[in-house]
Design a protein around this ligand. Sequence first.
Ligand code: LUZ
Ligand code: MOS
Length: 754
Amino acid sequence: MMKTMKNIDSFTHVRGESLFVDDLITRQDTLYGLVFDSPKAHGKIKHVDYTKAEQVKGVVKIFTYKDILGENQIGGIIPDEPLWAEDEVHFWGQPIAFIVATSEAIAKKARLLIDIEIEELSVITTAKEAKEKQSFINTPRSFSLGDTDAAFSDCDYVIEGETFSNGQEHLYLETQGCYAVPQENGSIKITSSTQGPTAVQKTAAKVLGVPMHKIEIDVIRLGGGFGGKEDQATPWSVMAAVAVQHLNKPVKYILNRHDDMRMTGKRHPYSSFFKIGLDKNLKIVAFEAEFLQNAGAAADLSPAIAERTLFHATNSYFVPNVSTTVYSCKTNLPPNTAFRGFGGPQGMFVIESAIAKAADTIGIDKRKIQEANLLAENDEFSYGQIATNVEAQNTWFTAKEKFELDKLEKEITDFNANNAHFKKGISLMPVTFGISFTNTMMNHARALIHIYQDGSVGVSTGAVEMGQSVNTKMLQVAQNALGISANKVKLETTNTTRVANTSPSAASSTADLNGKAVLKACTALLERLAIVASKMVTADVSKISFQEDYVFVDGKKSKITWEAIVAQAMAERIALSENAHYATPVIHFDKTKEKGHPFAYHVYGTAITSVTVDCVRGTYEIDSVKIVHDFGESMNFGVDIGQVEGALAQGIGWMTMEEISYNSDGRLLSNALSTYKVPDIFSAPKTIETIAVETDGNDMAIHKSKAVGEPPLMYGIGAYFAIQQAVKAFNKNYKLKFDSPFTPEKVLMGLYEK
Ligand code: LUZ
Ligand code: MOS
């Protein structure tokens, strides 16, 4: 197992010395951008009057679609989204113009002076309404396995129901932003807070009408992304680039929190319907679901997110007959986008709800149904992949045993028997999450490694550091492979001129994909250095290895240092740089059949969540979350635990308190932290315990250390069902509802429901 280390940014982070876009030293002639966005959710633009705004001293120019020399198009999967609205607006907050001024304050002042006349059209804010009106982004997708119709007729129990899960604001600490600086001959360098440097580069080139080589994207690090900067970091950078193209001056644009919350999309709200059929042994025989995804006003990543909902619709369970369909519904909300889990959480909430309702109807514990249906080796997923190295049952039973579930349950039963106004609830939440971009084409990465002639090493990859510590992992991989100390290795910024055509840092796959490329580059470098070394120590190449900053011969340390070998290689004119490419093997998917093997592997785990509900007030506390998680062979347990705990808090927030709210006019009401509540230290679980289940890891994971970014978010779904159980313990008349988030207001209503 590899030597672990602290996040390499921790020193500069705590000293406030880490650089983000807004910390860059700006050129003296820098101008500041600000978006003027639609004050209505849907309508025809009759007239916009910029004259008063343009007259404000310090306003340099106000850009609109008319200033675009290339295409007014930023849509990725489907070209359905203009950078700036032309004659119609489709969501409240849609960018219409870009004010460029000598200061932010001046741009703000000017924004207030723009007059706009919009002829309002009808507004759709919910997915259900969109479906009724047949307002879709694209055609629906369906996955199926077996024959649900036939299977339902054989079931002892058939239960139907409906669920809703709300959106979620990304709330990255660092808002969206960029700094674009003109270079020579019409080239532009953009420092962007993006998870997808290539997406920004490609879109900027398209909108400006220039080749991609004219646009250089540099990413230092992000103050959080969570998916919100996979696609939606792009427009701001492109706007700044358009302004640079015209003005030949640097343009900076950092969104303030209000503008960011209003203009950007969020996690997709889903309205879903389920039908679940069980036999008398509690085996799930058939499962049907229809998912209505509230995509917002343009496609953005919605089709890919919809697809992942289908992939995870049966979570950790084997169901022999499955039929699932997802509709991407077009509404007048900002285009909803990637958010940690990427449609997976929304899918899992539905089957967990179905199981809860089935258990309630049959009059047994939800756990019994869950346990009877956990995935086993060689089970088939609805998309045709065969489950291997399955840890669903292992994590489940390990959790039950190691955390003494029987004892926990007894404590809860006793507590509930002895307390009138407080009730406790407990739930188990298994998670199975597929690792790889579901779009096979995206699963590749490159690394460029320079060994400088003094023996120090610079590593460039396509990975974007956003607090997940991917740079630390890349450093570990390089240092371990080259057999040198950590301080000899530096992680460079993520830059499109060094590593090109990258996939975004997303899908929990960044460390796997880029790490494998780093490993490949190091291996190639070592092969060349070994030949040099074999001559220096007169030993066969096969006997050479590199460890502890020295050449080793036959496993024994020689007198030749790493520096000496590098200097000798330089003298012999051996290439000390290497560019390596890695593409995930094995994976494939046929969309015409909706079958294939889309995932390199799956990550498994189980969480036990205990809560206490205050039955006078409707408030609740998460007493504990106890997790058994499949890390494979974690290469950095400190970092990985951080990912588990952070994702868990985010999942609990989504399920319990984060309540996105738009009014019927499509205006975002929860547009600040006074109206949008996120977990704080008081709402975090009082204790979180995480145990690593012992597994063999997986060769498709970097050093068998499995991807960890997204899967633990879905442990948060357990909080919903634990609270539900506590409500039910207080009020036998409570009828189960699956309407998340389960806010204290909804809990209170449930407690006193007749
Ligand atoms: N982004 C993406 C993702 O483009 N494709 C994916 O499959 C994915 N999965 C999770 C998170 N982001
Ligand atoms: Mo993502 S939801 O950008 O991995």
